[in-house]
Write a protein that binds this ligand. Structure first.
Ligand code: IDP
Length: 153
């Protein structure tokens, strides 16, 4: 079993619309373990790094601006296959195509204002976690439900 860590950002569309509790609750109820969380105001510099793969897109600056209208909540979730599991819970990028039951499918009608960011591979997650968290902000502890969550895997 591969225990992974992944990064989730609750974007301004989650903060402004009062969806923080609802979104976090979905990851918790699934059985992912929260090992880091903080509220921060993102800068243009960190957003340029984070969205580097989109720098040639016409919406690049608009996207970065939308991520700076208010603070965001950044989380690190841990679990077996956590990267894939979280992406499945989040749904596809364009919220209008996202399936009901996913976060984007249930809470958004937008491509840009799609409520959450989630790392899309283990390699990317490792880079993104280093970008947004100091090592001392990620906690190692024994979640008491672990043996129930993964009983015979
Ligand atoms: P992802 O967030 O599902 O991994 P990416 O392609 O990495 O998707 O895009 C990052 C973010 O950029 C998206 O979550 C969305 O907010 C925004 N974005 C992507 N494509 C578009 C677009 O065509 N128009 C506006 N915003 C977009």
């Amino acid at each position: 079993m591969a225990v992974e860590r992944t990064l989730v950002i609750l974007k301004p569309s989650a903060i402004q619309r009062g969806l923080v509790g609802e979104v976090i609750s979905r990851f918790e109820k699934k059985g992912l373990v929260l090992i880091g969380m903080k509220m921060v105001w993102l800068t243009d510099k960190i957003l340029s790094e984070h969205y580097m793969h989109l720098q040639k897109k016409l919406f690049f600056q608009r996207l970065k601006n939308s991520m700076k209208i208010c603070p965001v909540v950044i989380c690190c979730w841990e679990g077996v296959d956590a990267v894939k599991v979280v992406r499945t819970i989040v749904g596809v990028t364009n919220s209008r195509d996202a399936l009901p039951g996913t976060i984007r499918g249930d809470y958004s009608m937008s491509m840009q204002e799609n409520v959450v960011h989630a790392s899309d591979s283990v390699e990317v997650a490792n880079v993104e976690l280093k970008r947004f968290f100091d090592e001392k902000e990620l906690y190692v502890y024994n979640p008491v439900l672990l043996s129930t969550l993964y009983a015979s895997d």
